[in-house]
Structures are given as C-alpha cells and as structure tokens.
Design a protein around this ligand. Sequence first.
Ligand code: G6P
Ligand code: MG
Length: 216
Amino acid sequence: MMDLKGCIFDLDGVIVDTARYHYLAWRRLANELGFDFSEEQNEALKGVSRMASLDILLAAGNIEKDDEEKILLATRKNNWYVDYITQMNPSEILPGSIDLLLKLRKEGILIAVGSASKNAGVILDRIGLTGLFDAVIDGYSVTRAKPNPEVFLKGAEQLGLNPVNCIVFEDAVAGVKAAHAAGMKCVGIGEQENLSEAEIIVPNLAGITIEQLRKL
Ligand code: G6P
Ligand code: MG
C-alpha cells in the first residue's frame, strides 16, 4: 500500500486526445517536406518537446535544416495545431477523466497537470478545467523535457509533496520513463505494447479506483 497524496496527469493523450491533433499537424508538415509519417513513428514524439519532436521528424525524413529554418517549421506545425485546439470543447475530455479528478479531490488527494506543452493553458481553458487542478506545470515551466523527471518533480514540489507519495498518469513512453526517474509509480494510458514499463496499463481513466491506485 502506498500513502497516496498526489496524482500528476499528463494532458495530451491522457485527459484529452490532443495527441491526435499533434500527429495530424506533424504528418502535414512531413507531407509538405515530401515524406510520409506513420502513427507508429509518431509514438516516439509523444511527450517530447516541440523542437525535439521536429528533430525526430526531420531525421525520419532524412532531412537536415539549420536552426533558423527549424524555428519556422516548428511554428508552422504549431499554427496548424493551435487551429485544432482553439476549436476544442469540453466534449473532448476523455472518458472517466472528470469522474476520477473529482473523486481524488473528494478524498483530499491533490491533483496536478504535468505537461511538456506550451499550449496546456489554452487547452485547459477550452475544455473548462482551468482551476480544477492544484498545480499546472507546462512547457513554459520546465527546461528539460521528458524522459527527464523535471516536470513531475516540479509538480510534486508545487503540490508540496514528496515524490514517493505521487502517482503519474502518462500515455507516452518518454513520460513513463520520466515518472520512474522522478521516483513515482506510473499508470500507462494506452496500448500495452507501447507502455509495458508502466505499473498498470489501462485504455483510459474510466474505471480506475483510488483503492487500486493505493495498492501500487
Ligand atoms: C506534449 C505532447 C507532445 C508535444 C509537447 C509539446 O508532451 O505529448 O507531442 O510535442 O507536449 O507541445 P507544444 O504544444 O508545446 O508544441
Ligand atoms: Mg501525452
């Protein structure tokens, strides 16, 4: 049994399916550059910062660009992505999310967002969840991207908690690694084949019980 005091949620692909929008925008960029980019290749981008994602994408297309061009390309991708997310509404919150967040709060367990995204604030606004969380760590608050544990360590710190009392919820391989590097247990959201390092793997947040989490 763990003494569960805090839960830190990745945003993209855990609370909302923005991972889909990231993929569509990256694939569009790849297509413009003359190559295709599969969903399988996209797994490596999940949880990874914008510029690091671009580097992985360019390597997949065997393309080299200088820093100035890279900034332009990342901006193009982000503009398409922002077009998607500014049209989001609360119906896009993934199944079980609100229910679990409210249950945790009711139990006095603190909740935080731990995202690599600089768009996390916009997304939380669009889906109406700003203010529900005790802390929000986003792409502006961290300098080292997942799998570095900085985002989750900052989350625990802002909640005023010891990392061993926190559980992370992640859909990205890099995120599961970051959670473990922070000394936290991790619930993987998605496919077993991608997330086998997580302590438990579920398709979404629906049906997760606090009792189950305390047993981790
Ligand atoms: C999240 C997503 C990544 C994305 C990163 C940066 O971690 O999983 O796919 O690249 O955030 O997002 P941003 O919105 O700042 O480009
Ligand atoms: Mg994610």
